[in-house]
Design a protein around this ligand. Sequence first.
Ligand SMILES: *[C@@H]1O[C@H](CO)[C@@H](O)[C@H](O)[C@H]1NC(C)=O
Ligand SMILES: *[C@@H]1O[C@H](CO)[C@@H](O)[C@H](O)[C@H]1NC(C)=O
Ligand SMILES: *[C@@H]1O[C@H](CO)[C@@H](O)[C@H](O)[C@H]1NC(C)=O
Ligand SMILES: *[C@@H]1O[C@H](CO)[C@@H](O)[C@H](O)[C@H]1NC(C)=O
Ligand SMILES: *[C@@H]1O[C@H](CO)[C@@H](O)[C@H](O)[C@H]1NC(C)=O
Ligand SMILES: *[C@@H]1O[C@H](CO)[C@@H](O)[C@H](O)[C@H]1NC(C)=O
Ligand SMILES: *[C@@H]1O[C@H](CO)[C@@H](O)[C@H](O)[C@H]1NC(C)=O
Ligand SMILES: *[C@@H]1O[C@H](CO)[C@@H](O)[C@H](O)[C@H]1NC(C)=O
Ligand SMILES: *[C@@H]1O[C@H](CO)[C@@H](O)[C@H](O)[C@H]1NC(C)=O
Ligand SMILES: *[C@@H]1O[C@H](CO)[C@@H](O)[C@H](O)[C@H]1NC(C)=O
Ligand SMILES: *[C@@H]1O[C@H](CO)[C@@H](O)[C@H](O)[C@H]1NC(C)=O
Ligand SMILES: *[C@@H]1O[C@H](CO)[C@@H](O)[C@H](O)[C@H]1NC(C)=O
Length: 428
Amino acid sequence: MPSANTALFGLLTVFLFSLTLVESAASPAEHRKLCTVHACRDGSDDAPAVLRAFEECGNHGRVEFLNETYHIESIMNISGLNDVEIDLKGTLLWGTNISYWLNNSMPMGYQNQSTAWILGGDRISFQGHGYGTIDGNGQVWYDFIKGASNYPRRPHAITVYGTTNSIFEGLRFVQSQMWTMTVIHSSNVLLQDIYVSSTSNSSTSTANTDGCDTIYADNITFHRWEVHNGDDGISPKANSTNILVTNSTFVGGAGLALGSIGQYNGVFETIENFTAKDCTFVNTTHAAYLKTWTGEQVGYPPNGGGGGIGYIKNVLLSNFTLQNVKLPMSFTQCINFAGASGNCNSSLFSISNVSFLDIKGTAQQEPIVSLQCSAAAPCVNTTVEDVSELALRNGTLMKGYNCDHTMGTVGFNCTGHTCGTASGDGTC
Ligand SMILES: *[C@@H]1O[C@H](CO)[C@@H](O)[C@H](O)[C@H]1NC(C)=O
Ligand SMILES: *[C@@H]1O[C@H](CO)[C@@H](O)[C@H](O)[C@H]1NC(C)=O
Ligand SMILES: *[C@@H]1O[C@H](CO)[C@@H](O)[C@H](O)[C@H]1NC(C)=O
Ligand SMILES: *[C@@H]1O[C@H](CO)[C@@H](O)[C@H](O)[C@H]1NC(C)=O
Ligand SMILES: *[C@@H]1O[C@H](CO)[C@@H](O)[C@H](O)[C@H]1NC(C)=O
Ligand SMILES: *[C@@H]1O[C@H](CO)[C@@H](O)[C@H](O)[C@H]1NC(C)=O
Ligand SMILES: *[C@@H]1O[C@H](CO)[C@@H](O)[C@H](O)[C@H]1NC(C)=O
Ligand SMILES: *[C@@H]1O[C@H](CO)[C@@H](O)[C@H](O)[C@H]1NC(C)=O
Ligand SMILES: *[C@@H]1O[C@H](CO)[C@@H](O)[C@H](O)[C@H]1NC(C)=O
Ligand SMILES: *[C@@H]1O[C@H](CO)[C@@H](O)[C@H](O)[C@H]1NC(C)=O
Ligand SMILES: *[C@@H]1O[C@H](CO)[C@@H](O)[C@H](O)[C@H]1NC(C)=O
Ligand SMILES: *[C@@H]1O[C@H](CO)[C@@H](O)[C@H](O)[C@H]1NC(C)=O
């Protein structure tokens, strides 16, 4: 390499970033500042350059990533953005220094969980064109935690925090370190054409690799997600209101999971107005899973807790196609410390107005639904209709409805009882 180039390369490496300032020629109304982030050629940490780009262009600007691989070796807290376009044409690849992340991952605002990346602001438009990729390099984490639930400080891939009036589109999330995405303290966010895949190539599990969780979030819309993972697909948790999921496919994992909720003793939390329609579930444990903690607190979050109050109400689940799903719809109110079964009858958390309509395809075993509701707060008004095309894999039409403590069933009569344990998959 000629010495001038070497010197230039050295300079770029020292500054770790290169920002270009241009005025948009397209429209005089759009005087957006453009920051293009260039990856360090030597594979060193690109996070400082990314942070600089957002400092420079995070207000009425545009941050562009080229078709390159950017190495993210340190935490990024990118907050308070205002009217910014993010254009990802390449890959953000997270580093695998486990001790670094365990020491530095940031609190994400719930359950003592931690994150590698916080992104937030008003009017964010994050475009990935169907190929822009966020790669958590998660295999090292799947192997490291050896199946432990909620391993302390294990980082989530991205936390969309304090975000309003924003759109995330055409992004691919692969091999997330833990939960892929959480949308928290946010409202009016549209997330569409998103691909998520976290699968282990070793014998270790991909537990806790949720697709997207919503927490303290209102009016969040998911169109055309495809999620391959080992845990909750899309999961509204504490204070999730007006959440819509359409035209999405879930492979492996738990399916749609409402909760778990009710983990904080005496704390009032809700999930209200959750609608999912036109979705496909392949090899998932459930299409829909509603789970609350027991009435007694045992231990502390993230792996312990219980005694929470509040409600899940107005849930509409319709037009689902199932392939080889274990148990189409399950309620359990027995979630207890680290998954151990607790008292299934003590939860005061109430579940009402849940409808499961127009469900077809195949499941592994009876029943169609297992509604394990707490004696202390029976489930009110559960509807199951248009499931006559739901069959076992050998073609036998399904007919079982297992229930405990349901008040008001529409479209079906209970045919048996649930296992009465936290085993949400219906296996007694
Ligand atoms: C990105 O670059 C790689 C080669 O470096 C190329 O194969 C690929 O098609 C490019 N992707 C896009 C979307 O331009
Ligand atoms: C990993 O990060 C720690 C800081 O947490 C640092 O001391 C160590 O040198 C890093 N290891 C490598 C291989 O970069
Ligand atoms: C992220 O940055 C914002 C704005 O500077 C700050 O208020 C917040 O506390 C930071 N979050 C974390 C977890 O460091
Ligand atoms: C909900 O969010 C969408 C953006 O996804 C927005 O267009 C719509 O106006 C919001 N609805 C309400 C009631 O704020
Ligand atoms: C969902 O799929 C249906 C049928 O293919 C289509 O009519 C509808 O426009 C789609 N909606 C969205 C939001 O993708
Ligand atoms: C959750 O929602 C409940 C009911 O609306 C409200 O009382 C509580 O303050 C909310 N919690 C948070 C942290 O926003
Ligand atoms: C739930 O939807 C109903 C009907 O659209 C609406 O009246 C109610 O305000 C919504 N609840 C919340 C918490 O937004
Ligand atoms: C049901 O969902 C499928 C996609 O899974 C879609 O193609 C079909 O149009 C939907 N049916 C209705 C009646 O909306
Ligand atoms: C679903 O599971 C079956 C049986 O284990 C397997 O053959 C099939 O490839 C799986 N489908 C997907 C999309 O992973
Ligand atoms: C029962 O649930 C259905 C569907 O969620 C709703 O339309 C109906 O109003 C509910 N009935 C009562 C009494 O709340
Ligand atoms: C189909 O499978 C179910 C459950 O394994 C079994 O009970 C039933 O007898 C089978 N039906 C036929 C026709 O083989
Ligand atoms: C439920 O049982 C009642 C009483 O036997 C019967 O009248 C009703 O038709 C049954 N409903 C369904 C959906 O099978």
